[in-house]
Structure formats: structure tokens, C-alpha cells
Design a protein around this ligand. Structure first.
Ligand SMILES: C[S@@+](CC[C@H](N)C(=O)[O-])C[C@H]1O[C@@H](n2cnc3c(N)ncnc32)[C@H](O)[C@@H]1O
Length: 387
């Protein structure tokens, strides 16, 4: 069993600000069980105390909730209930579980608001379950998290870098340069797996980007790290006149080419295979996009990529970056907690703040950075960067 580490450190109290000292007093009160018990009896304040207790409980129990959600997704419960509530027997007909464990799952899902009790003991969609209906983007990420879940089993081992095989690192072959793309069947399968996940989850980000920016003001768009081309296909719906190009690793570019060849609307997209850290990017586009690309890489590599984009753009060209970012207002846990640990398990990259992104862009020669308004910044923030 993992041990709690015992720490004994001298605090340099003389350095503490007035605010630090106030916070120490507050922390001592809150940590004191007698104080907690007294507060639990005071009207109004007791509601704040209950809310905090719930929040802490949710942080502690979050990994259990995740598995309840995963079970619901695997049993396709949300889609099953989309046309109306069903009782246990009706749900059982469509599920692989017996009545007793199924009821356990359904009741658990009700308690975390994925489902809701309706008339005559029927189960309907809950306030958190309803958005899951038909949501293949989120479902694919929830299923994918089983890989991360394994790597998080011993978080201190993960943090110290002592894990021998990280499942997530294997899932993303391009993070280990020597494993980037070998011509074996296994690697082709891995490239296809991560590219499929990216295509399935892209709507979470792509809808934000096309809402935030008018692509029709450009003549030609190059999507760098564009995967199988799902983003370029989405942009076409808003800007059908735009010429489009895609750059990605050769294995992924091959998948994009195959996919474009299937539809007349996309057959004219130029596809380029290469390594953006080594090969020059194709020129001719007045807009370049980086969708969920930067956070995979460390600062030095990001600077190489940004300088290469700068070189590929014409004098008035624009770069648009979209990805989830650290310290996003109202969504603090998404950055350093979720992506911080996801990218740690992946083995490279980090979530960056808007300021850190802007510094990297300016350092790479760009003139200015504008933050575009988007509706769901938890999915992505969008930066428009001018040369
Ligand atoms: C996280 S995925 C994002 C894909 C797509 N933009 C999206 O949002 O769905 C990162 C993409 O960058 C590509 N990539 C990573 N390293 C690369 C490199 N050195 N050269 C070219 N492409 C690279 C990957 O193959 C992958 O398609």
C-alpha cells in the first residue's frame, strides 16, 4: 500500500505577506474539527460548510463517478433513453447486465444526475446525461480515458517519471521520436487509432472555432497537424470557396488523402506528408491553423514550429491557434489538473495560458495576438495571430 509521506519543514514566516497570515488563520479554523462542528450548527454558514464538504467529497470520489459514466456509455444508456423514460425491465432488454447490478448502476447514475427518476419508477435522462445523447465526441473521449486511468493508478510514480511503460505514450506514437512512424502494421494501427479518436472528438473544438472566426475572408487555408482532415471538412460548410491544404505526418496524411478522395467536395484538398519539425511547410496559404497541436509539444519544439509557420505565411498572413488552455476563466480544473496530468502521462507537452502562448508567438516573430470570443472555452480558446 502506498504510504503518505511525512514532511517536516521550517517555514520562513518572516517572508509571509499580510494576506498569507490571514489565510493561515483561516486554514487553521477550517482544519479544526471543533470549529467544523460548531459551524455546522450556524444557519447560513452551515450551507457554505455543506457545499465545501460536497465539493471535497466530489474531488475524492471523482474516479468512481467516471466509471459510472463509462458504464452508461458502454451500455449506450443515454441513446436508449433519448425518446423517453423506461423502466428497469425495459432497459434490461437492451443491456447485457442482470436486473440487480443494472439497478445498482441506474441508481448510481441518478445520484450523479446522469439519469433522473420519472413517473412509475422509470428512468429518464438527467441534466448531465441529456447532453450525452448522440455525443460521439464525448463518448469517444470517455472510452479513451481507460488508457489514462491505468497510468494514473500510482500518481506519484507517474509524476516522478518512474513508470516503465506509459499506456498513453504508446497510444500517441509521435511523442517518442524514435517510435514516430515505423512502417510496421502495428504502427499503422496506432496512427489510425489516434487519428480516429481525434476525428471523433473534433466537433467539441471545431464548432467553437468556426463560430469564433470568419474563414471566408481568406483565400487559402493550411491546417498543420490536420489529422484526417475532419477540421478542413467542417470549415467547408462555412467557407465553401476557400482553397484548402493539409500537413501531417506521412501516415496520417495518407489517411486524410483516402478520406478526401471519397467526396467530390473535398477532392481538391492538397495533402502534404512530412515532419513539421524538420520539413518546410507548403507556402501559398494566407491562413494557417493549429488545432490541438501546440499542447503536445515542449516550448523549444513549439518555437521551431511557429518559426516555420511564420516563414510559410505571406506578409499579411494569419495564424489561428485553437486548443484548451490553462487558467481558462470558470474552468480552472481543465487546464493544470486535467490536461496537466493527461500530457504528463502522454510524455510530452503542457497546457499553456494565453499569455504563454502569446509569448511563444511573439518570440517566433509574430507581431500581435488577438483572443477571439468563443462560447465554450472549456473545449478550446481561439487565438488569432498576425504576422
Ligand atoms: C492532437 S492531434 C490533433 C489533430 C487535429 N488537428 C485535431 O484537432 O483533430 C495532433 C496532430 O499533429 C500531428 N503531428 C504530431 N507531430 C507531428 C510532426 N512532427 N509533424 C507533422 N504532424 C505532426 C499528429 O499526427 C496529429 O494528427
Amino acid at each position: 500500500m502506498a504510504q503518505t509521506q511525512s514532511l517536516s519543514i521550517e517555514h520562513s514566516q518572516s517572508d509571509y505577506s499580510f494576506w498569507d497570515r490571514l489565510c493561515i488563520l483561516k486554514d487553521r479554523w477550517i482544519a479544526d474539527t471543533r470549529f467544523q462542528n460548531q459551524v455546522a450548527k450556524i444557519p447560513f454558514i452551515k450551507n457554505i460548510a455543506k457545499k465545501r464538504a460536497n465539493q471535497l467529497f466530489d474531488v475524492m470520489a471523482g474516479f468512481v463517478y467516471t466509471q459510472i459514466l463509462l458504464s452508461c456509455v458502454r451500455l449506450n444508456l443515454f441513446n436508449l433513453l433519448k425518446d423517453g423514460p423506461l423502466n428497469l425491465d425495459e432497459i434490461k432488454k437492451a443491456c447485457s447486465l442482470d436486473a440487480i447490478p443494472l439497478k445498482k448502476l441506474l441508481d448510481a447514475a441518478v445520484s450523479i444526475r446522469l439519469l433522473e427518476m420519472r413517473s412509475k419508477g422509470r428512468y429518464g435522462l438527467g441534466i448531465l446525461g441529456a447532453p450525452m445523447v448522440g455525443n460521439t465526441a464525448l463518448s469517444s473521449m470517455i472510452e479513451h480515458h481507460t488508457v489514462l486511468y491505468e497510468d494514473l493508478r500510482d500518481p506519484l510514480l507517474l509524476l516522478s517519471g518512474d513508470i516503465e511503460i506509459k499506456n498513453l505514450e504508446k497510444f500517441w506514437p509521435y511523442v517518442s521520436p524514435d517510435e514516430k512512424e515505423q512502417d510496421s502494421l502495428k504502427d499503422k494501427e496506432r496512427v489510425k487509432n489516434y487519428s480516429d479518436l481525434m476525428s471523433a472528438s473534433l466537433p467539441l473544438v471545431a464548432d467553437q472555432v468556426v463560430d469564433a472566426y470568419d474563414f471566408s475572408r481568406h483565400e487559402c487555408l493550411l491546417d498543420v497537424g490536420g489529422g484526417q482532415g475532419t477540421f478542413l471538412k467542417r470549415v467547408f460548410l462555412n467557407a465553401p470557396q476557400l482553397r484548402r491544404k493539409l500537413f501531417d505526418l506521412p501516415g496520417v496524411a495518407g489517411l486524410a488523402k483516402d478520406s478526401f478522395s471519397l467526396t467530390a467536395d473535398h477532392q481538391d484538398i492538397e495533402v502534404h506528408g512530412g515532419d513539421f519539425f524538420q520539413d518546410p511547410l507548403p507556402t501559398g496559404a494566407d491562413l494557417i491553423t493549429l488545432i490541438r497541436v501546440i499542447f503536445d509539444h515542449d516550448d523549444e519544439r513549439v518555437k521551431i514550429l511557429l518559426r516555420s509557420i511564420f516563414a510559410a505565411l505571406p506578409p499579411e498572413g494569419k495564424l489561428l491557434i485553437a486548443e484548451p488552455m490553462a487558467d481558462t476563466p470558470d474552468h480552472p480544473a481543465m487546464g493544470h489538473a486535467y490536461f496537466g496530468f493527461y500530457l504528463l502521462a502522454m510524455g510530452r507537452g503542457r497546457p499553456r495560458t494565453i499569455q504563454e502562448m502569446s509569448n511563444l508567438a511573439i518570440h517566433s516573430g509574430f507581431r500581435s495576438v488577438e483572443v477571439l470570443r468563443c462560447n465554450m472555452p472549456i473545449n478550446a480558446q481561439v487565438l488569432l495571430i498576425s504576422k
